[in-house]
Design a protein around this ligand. Structure first.
Ligand SMILES: C[S@@+](CC[C@H](N)C(=O)[O-])C[C@H]1O[C@@H](n2cnc3c(N)ncnc32)[C@H](O)[C@@H]1O
Length: 298
């Protein structure tokens, strides 16, 4: 592993054996834990007891109607266990290729689900994945800033699975050059703040925002969450009891982090916020947000 990875490990842990285990897991690249959403295949051995019953270990290729992903995504979306039900409307701001949207739909069964993806060439795969998994949703391709203008306080819940430096991909054997470089991390952290600001505007009073990444740098995770808490005083942190084991020990850097040496997949970060205020009627949605439906399963 690179000197930059070692520098990150030194920032994350005092304990040398934990640093070494982290760097070794990244180097080996065999840390993925493949699971299927919606297929009963390889059982649930070794998965946490809170794992939803519609998740099972994958032994071969993912099925046509199931969604194959790394367990880290299931771990991140367990954060949805704490959000108030029923969920009238949910917005997935950075949705392609669709894994988190499939998980959110399974967890929440929202009345209206908008899966947004700003990169046009990624919309096809998003729509295909939602459709084959039978997820009833709508798609759009707006920049988060436009969502903030066209749909202020219009959603009970907003998911921000942010574009990031993707350091955890290494633990799955995916090459990702430069992912520890300070310029990469800083560029991502700044972009994430922009996306978070716009996304916060879409949350209705009493609603929630879930922020997740697949990286480990505190600048993109806990430090961004500290920034968010200061910048948006109308949001408060929400604890996720199921993820207690993975909670940050530093209250200045809130959130939960799964590391690849912990054996539950390549790793990731998640944090949940609640917007203060009472739930009330949601504003009417712009018709442009309902133009591109994906049919669910009957
Ligand atoms: C981590 S991926 C999302 C993965 C997806 N949530 C899933 O579970 O399958 C981040 C997504 O954000 C999109 N993205 C890139 N730049 C963005 C921006 N400035 N604003 C919003 N989304 C962006 C990327 O195209 C990518 O699809």
């Amino acid at each position: 592993m690179s000197a930059l990875a070692a520098r990150l490990a030194a920032r994350l842990w005092r304990d040398e054996s934990t640093r070494e285990a982290f760097l070794a897991a990244l180097s080996r690249g065999d840390g993925g834990l493949p699971v299927d959403i919606g297929a009963e295949t390889g059982g649930r051995d070794g998965l946490p007891e809170w794992t939803p019953e519609w998740v099972s270990r994958r032994t071969g290729a993912a099925g046509e109607q199931s969604y194959g992903l790394d367990f880290s995504s299931v771990w991140e979306m367990q954060a949805l266990s704490v959000v108030p039900r029923p969920v009238r409307r949910v917005l997935d701001v950075c949705a392609a290729p669709g894994g988190k949207s499939v998980l959110a739909s399974r967890h929440l069964a929202p009345g209206f689900h908008l899966a947004n993806e700003v990169v046009p060439k990624r919309l096809g795969i998003l729509r295909h994945n939602l459709s084959r998994c039978g997820i009833a949703a709508h798609t759009q391709r707006w920049d988060p800033a436009r969502l903030a203008v066209e749909a202020p306080e219009a959603f009970d819940g907003v998911l921000v699975d942010a574009p990031c430096s993707g350091q955890s991909l290494l633990a799955r054997g995916v090459e990702n050059q430069g992912c520890f470089h300070p310029a990469t991390v800083k560029g991502n952290a700044m972009r994430q703040r922009g996306i978070l600001s716009s996304s916060a505007a879409c949350v209705a009073p009493g609603g929630w925002l879930v922020y997740s990444t697949c990286t480990f740098s505190p600048d993109e995770n806990g430090k961004n969450m500290r920034w968010f808490g200061r910048r948006f005083e109308d949001f408060e942190l929400i604890e996720v009891p199921d993820l207690k084991l993975w909670e940050s020990e530093d209250p200045r850097l809130p959130g939960y982090t799964l590391y690849p040496q912990q054996g539950l997949g390549s790793g990731g970060f998640v944090c949940v916020w609640r917007k203060r205020g009472e739930r009330s009627e949601l504003p009417e949605l712009s018709t442009a947000l309902t133009e591109w439906p994906v049919a669910g399963r009957e």
